[in-house]
Design a protein around this ligand. Sequence first.
Ligand code: KMH
Ligand code: ZN
Length: 272
Amino acid sequence: MSQGEPLIITAAVVGAETMREDTPYVPYTPEEIAAEARLAREAGASIAHVHGRKADGTPTQDKETFSQILDKIQDRTDIIVQFSTGGAVGMDVEERIAGLQLGPEMATLTTGTVNFGNSIFANSLPTIKTIAERLSEYDITPEIEVFDSGMLRTANYLIDRGFLKPPLHFDFVMGMPGGIGPRPRDLEYLLEMLPEESTWSVAGIGKYELPLAREAIERGGHVRVGLEDNIYVDKNQLAEGNAELVERVVDMAESIGRDIANPDEAREMLKI
Ligand code: KMH
Ligand code: ZN
């Protein structure tokens, strides 16, 4: 018997931080990113979260790079493409959102500032509002990225002021130094503040990725995994691509009887 709503798996196939020195499996070029998105889709992912990279791996939010990523993914698969608007630390807001004019189905919106390694991932209220307005202008479904509880308070504030319109999809990024912890009770606390009608997923960072995926599946949430957040499939064993991490999540879901959403089912659940 199937348990609850089908599970939406997001594959964060490439972020701004993981480099080839960390793992040889991280994709850089649009071609490589699209190939990873397709393999992740075949493994069970219905959303591909993407950042841009230059050929040498330097992060970029350049529109032309995103255009190639979008085209190449859409040539290969029906996966939902979600652009990052976070980019890399230190980028200004216009740089971060340059690709939104291309009209991806989804894009992220982080509703607050957080320490990020030795840097700061800065999201002032004006920055958040600018991104929210641009998402609405281009009719792009936001995924609200929450690295700590205050970001949920800000999301609620933005809903009250009309900058964000429910129903919304939230992604809880948990276990990153500087952000909220990785414990089940941390998740419980976030869920208490979740606006009504929301859907939610968990992205556990590093070694917390797979344990938190299980927690989210069991609680009826959704899951994000991928080389942006974690490069290991087991202790000291590198994941040989994003699909391997997605496969782990599919196995977990199957073990508790939860179906996996395909992209069209995810579109319907997320009101895309
Ligand atoms: N790279 C981080 C600074 C997002 O994609 O929206 C921000 C980030 C969030 O990855
Ligand atoms: Zn990202």
